[in-house]
Design a protein around this ligand. Structure first.
Ligand SMILES: C[S@@+](CC[C@H](N)C(=O)[O-])C[C@H]1O[C@@H](n2cnc3c(N)ncnc32)[C@H](O)[C@@H]1O
Length: 452
């Protein structure tokens, strides 16, 4: 049994002020205004309000456990902590995981943090000139070209010094992680190039930030983020510190080693949308700055391969991962033909289209991976529970792939009782006038799977 409703989401909750609010639930807009949530601008993130409303709507209480298999920057887990509800979170991208981990730690030693800020100030005043004027010192030796192009020499020298101080001071782990996020947040703020998401354009100047002074911004942001911790604690349920949160830098296709069967009461998540972001590439500036990757190969080997297939940049043609799994064909026979026909059409179109994008293989890889993850979610959920997915559909080369309905169908095929789809917003209008793009109306929705 399945039903589709438009904008009827969460009608039982009275304080939804408008349709506009629901339209933003699949985006990070609300979260950018909320303490701690806003520490890292993660455009792949969703609204903490969507998590709160759904938890209230489905009566999730403090004796239950919520799970987000695509934790990202931790919106679901942070919201749960705020409400005093325990959670699990799994994130495969090591850098994004670190951000979530830091946002979940509210017990950082305030004195230690303030001491570090003052130490940074002192070193900047006393040692900066000495370090950068040292014979043989050249900032170009420390970073890949992309980083060098995004900053003025002076700004990058100061960012380098901040990084050095963080890496050499002996700090407790929570304080280190906190300042790792402070400095990360500064990176796009003080760049002189257009480093906004999703694309970095090193040649394009961003006049608004040319005069931002690294030390001033660092001090300002550090205190603002310390204040955020105080604010979030004050606004939280009095039981927030009794809730437990187990976060894993791991692959949600198989969590058997660390999440037990039937141990979860509720899932709220948002998988990578098909053909939307290449999460490894989008974090290139941060990975290069921290020395966690030095080139495209590092990004591919150490980050891209860990993530589920959702972008053509991840595809190596000829890899057996891009053949539809036999188990998928057996269990999800109702949608197998649709997926294979779509892949066939995309393979035909690829022959004539510029760019020769591997959309044909991407969709097979995506549904193979989502199948494994939905099966794992089914395994960890207790009976009489729900799994909610915030999702967008897509239309590569103009072939509509209704990812939302297909995820619902996979769920029902592997054992969920039914699925329901609630539409959050129509999207993709900006492409209407672009002759290179399709004119298929896309949408963002929530799929609700019921485990009986
Ligand atoms: C749409 S984002 C989720 C954002 C999150 N809701 C937030 O508010 O920050 C999807 C996330 O899934 C992660 N991911 C991709 N493949 C994964 C896998 N196999 N296991 C766990 N996480 C994965 C990506 O790195 C990305 O951070």
């Amino acid at each position: 049994m399945k039903t589709t409703q438009q904008l009827s989401l969460f009608p039982e909750i009275e304080d939804i002020d408008s349709k506009n609010e629901i339209e933003n639930w699949g985006t990070f807009k609300d979260s950018l205004k909320a303490p701690v949530h806003r520490w890292f601008t993660y455009p792949a993130g969703f609204s903490y309000k969507a998590v709160t409303h759904s938890i209230q709507r489905f009566g999730v209480t403090s004796d239950m456990i919520v799970y987000d298999p695509f934790m990202g920057s931790g919106t679901t887990n942070l919201t749960c902590k705020n409400l005093g509800i325990s959670s699990f979170g799994v994130e495969a991208h090591p850098f994004v995981y670190k951000i979530a981990q830091a946002k979940m730690n509210w017990e950082i030693n305030y004195q230690e943090a303030v001491f570090f800020i003052k130490k940074v100030e002192k070193i900047f005043i006393e040692k900066l000139d000495e370090i950068i004027n040292k014979k043989g010192f050249s900032i170009e030796n420390f970073f890949p070209e992309l980083v060098i192009k995004c900053y003025s020499k002076n700004t990058l020298e100061k960012l380098y010094l901040l990084k050095m101080i963080l890496e050499t001071e002996e700090l407790s782990e929570p304080v280190f992680n906190f300042f790792y996020v402070v400095i990360t947040a500064l990176l796009r703020d003080v760049s002189s190039a257009a480093t906004g998401w999703p694309y970095i354009a090193p040649k394009k100047l961003k006049p608004t930030s040319t005069d931002k002074e690294v030390l001033v911004e660092f001090i300002k942001l550090s205190y603002q983020m310390l204040q955020d911790i105080r604010n979030i604690k004050q606004s939280s349920s009095e039981n927030y510190d009794k809730s437990t949160h187990n976060l894993f830098n791991a692959d949600s296709r198989n969590t058997k080693m660390f999440i037990e069967d039937q141990s979860v009461d509720y899932v709220f998540t948002s998988p990578p949308y098909l053909n939307n972001f290449d999460y490894a590439d989008r974090t290139r500036l941060e990975l290069y700055f921290w020395g966690e990757a030095k080139n495209w190969k590092d990004i591919s080997d150490n980050f891209r391969t860990k993530l589920i297939t959702s972008a053509t940049t991840q595809i190596l043609r000829g890899d057996s991962r891009y053949i539809l799994l036999d188990e998928f064909k057996q269990e999800c026979d109702k949608i197998t033909d649709f997926i294979q026909n779509s892949a066939y059409q995309l393979a035909q179109l690829r022959k004539f289209k510029g760019g020769k994008k591997s959309y044909d293989l991407m969709i097979i890889g995506y549904f193979n991976d989502m199948y494994k993850i939905i099966k794992d979610i089914y395994r960890v959920l207790k009976p009489n529970t729900k799994a909610l997915f915030v999702l967008g559909d897509s239309a590569p080369y103009g072939i509509h792939i209704p990812t939302d309905k297909l995820i619902g169908e996979i769920g029902v095929s592997i054992g969920f009782g039914n699925y329901k789809m609630e539409i959050l917003r129509k999207r993709g209008d900006k492409w209407k006038d672009n002759p290179q793009r399709h004119n298929i109306a896309l949408q963002e929705s929530i799929i609700i799977l019921d485990k009986q």
